[in-house]
Ligand binder design. Structure first.
Ligand code: RIB
Length: 563
């Protein structure tokens, strides 16, 4: 899969005041609401959050007032880069959202701060975008046409969700768009065609080189790209609240496109996201996780999706199933996940992934791991010269000096490896579970204690016992290093990072297996330690530690990107 591109959202932020009513009132009617709640919303914010939750790299340019700062926080929590979102406007954009018992809704928006986005702001925001990146607009902010022109001029892929369809869309330069996403109403407003298929054809004619998507609510979506046509008939759900479902579609569809998926796959994912979002109240807060979307997207079209728990149940600690990402609040090890039926073995804490504290554990661990590798390599060269030097005819003084250096650096290497892995264990405590962190830290400590005891001769042990401790201690090093690598790789997966990067872990694990086999063969045969075997052992450990450093670096970078 090609490297994923960044999605730059120039979009709206709204404080959604959601009132639940039995039925949407008619003109002149006053009705009592069943409930009233305030949520983060706005099409731009919802779409940015949906894409980020799916794992895309997302930046957003937006404006809101101080009372809208919680929207910025919600976006940050979802993984959006929020540096270009201002929260000092005089008045925040707001939306009054009425949701009927049937699930249908009616929305009135007051764009306010969203109308104060400036040309300079857009210019500055787009300055760091790379050619081929995606820029996403909706029709709730000022300067839509100017923004589109500026993005197109930079050879960026411009996508427009033409919602809401109003007079602001007149004069739209379709030729500047790489893609257009509309629902049936918006398609009709743009083309005059009531039939969505005819509307799709009409729009496709205006954008011969671009992609057009018409979403059909519960019936899925249809799309056109050149002469190709696509259809996905959607999924069935018991809808609780359809607000934001279209935004879930747009965000997840584009995230899938950004990571190189084809249109059919992206539409399936968009439909799954929209359907899952309909099962929860609120717009931004109803968005599903990547794993939930992936599981649903692979189901046959029209499958009825199982209900999701209400968002409130997720509480402050979002513990999720490792299999499908389902919120597992109130359930523990040994019970089954109600979503995928898998027995819960471990519970992870996705919500804490975004915090700098976690990044700060993995970031330094990367440098410690690199230091371990350097000490190991230089120390090994010293030991190698000490053992093999005579055969090469090296002077005695150099051999003695190398032995001293080799022993010192190898010892230092073990200490530094301990520091590195203690940091990683603390990071994994937060990411996977505290139990795994503590177990790994103890496991790392055991072989070290064994060697220290032997080295300091604190115990009067017979040689055979010492020898056994050394052998098991070394095996312990192999096993614990392999375990660390496996857990780092698992963290990558459970955090739903955009791309899985298991290669480093696989290479490191293979290296450890090779090294372990060599070591055991030598021990088993009580054979000599020929130079080639030593070199293989050294290279294997160095590879494993470089793999460890690499995974720590990637995790720290990814967390930073989500802050
Ligand atoms: O698409 C749903 C969104 O439209 C709501 O969050 C509301 O803010 C309006 O902008």
């Amino acid at each position: 899969m090609a490297a994923s591109s960044t999605i730059h959202v120039i979009g709206s932020m709204m404080i959604d005041r959601v009132v639940r009513v039995r039925a949407i009132p008619r003109a002149g009617e006053t009705v009592a609401a069943l409930s009233a709640q305030t949520f983060a919303g706005g099409k731009g914010a919802n779409q940015a959050a949906a894409a980020a939750k799916f794992g895309a790299r997302v930046r957003m340019l937006g404006r809101t007032g101080r009372d809208g700062a919680f929207i910025r926080e919600a976006l940050r929590e979802a993984g959006v880069r929020v540096r270009d979102i201002a929260t000092n406007d005089a008045t925040s954009g707001a939306a009054t959202v009425m949701v009927a018992e049937s699930g249908e809704n009616a929305i009135v928006i007051a764009p306010e701060s969203n109308l104060r986005i400036t040309k300079e702001g857009i210019e500055k925001f787009l300055a760091t975008a790379k050619q081929g990146d995606i820029v996403l607009f909706q029709n709730e902010c000022a300067l839509l046409h100017e923004g589109i022109a500026m993005a197109a001029a930079r050879a960026l892929r411009v996508w427009l969700n033409a919602a809401p369809a109003n007079a602001g869309l007149s004069g739209l330069r379709f030729e500047k768009l790489a893609g257009l996403i509309v629902n049936e109403t918006e398609a009709e407003a743009l083309t005059g065609e009531v039939d969505p298929r005819r509307a799709l054809e009409a729009l496709a004619k205006r954008m011969p080189g671009g992609t057009v998507i018409v979403t059909l609510g519960a019936d899925g979506a249809i799309a056109a790209l050149g002469s190709a046509r696509y259809i996905h008939r959607g999924f069935a759900v018991d809808a609780v609240d359809t607000v934001g479902c279209g935004d879930a579609f747009v965000g997840v569809f584009l995230a899938a496109i950004a990571e190189g998926r084809d249109i059919a796959q992206a539409i399936a994912r968009g439909n799954a996201a929209g359907a899952l979002a309909a099962m929860r109240a609120g717009a931004l807060r109803s968005l599903p996780s990547r794993s939930q979307v992936e599981i649903a997207a692979d189901l046959p079209e029209k499958t009825k999706l199982k209900p999701r728990p209400p968002a409130e149940d997720e509480g402050a600690i979002p513990a999720n199933c490792l299999g499908c990402g389902y919120a597992l609040v109130g359930r523990g090890e040994g019970e089954t996940c109600p979503e995928c039926g898998r027995v819960i073995r471990r519970v992870m804490f996705t919500g804490r992934w975004k915090h700098a504290a976690v990044r700060r554990r993995f970031g330094p661990a990367r440098w410690w791991s690199m230091a371990v590798t350097a000490l190991w390599i230089v120390g090994f060269i010293g030991l190698f010269i000490a053992i093999e030097g005579r055969g090469f005819g090296l002077p005695r003084s150099l051999i003695d000096w190398s032995r001293g250096l080799g022993v010192a650096l190898t010892l230092a290497c073990f200490i530094v490896a301990f520091v590195a892995q203690l940091g990683i264990a603390r990071g994994l405590s937060t990411v996977l579970s505290s139990r795994i962190g503590v177990t790994l830290a103890c496991a790392r400590l055991l072989p070290v204690i064994a060697f220290v005891l032997i080295a300091s001769r604190m115990l009067p042990l017979p040689w055979s016992v010492e020898n056994m401790i050394i052998v098991w201690g070394v095996i312990g090093f192999f096993v614990v290093d392999a375990w660390f690598l496996a857990m780092l790789e698992r963290s990558w997966r459970v955090a739903s990072f955009p791309t899985r990067r298991p290669t480093a872990a696989v290479v490191g694990l293979l290296a450890l297996v090779v090294a372990g086999v060599i070591w055991l063969t030598i021990e088993f045969n009580r054979g000599p330690f020929p130079a080639t075997r030593m070199v293989i052992l050294a290279v294997a450990f160095a590879t494993a530690w470089i793999a460890q450093a690499w995974l720590c670096r990637e995790i720290a970078r990814e967390i930073r990107a989500r802050e």
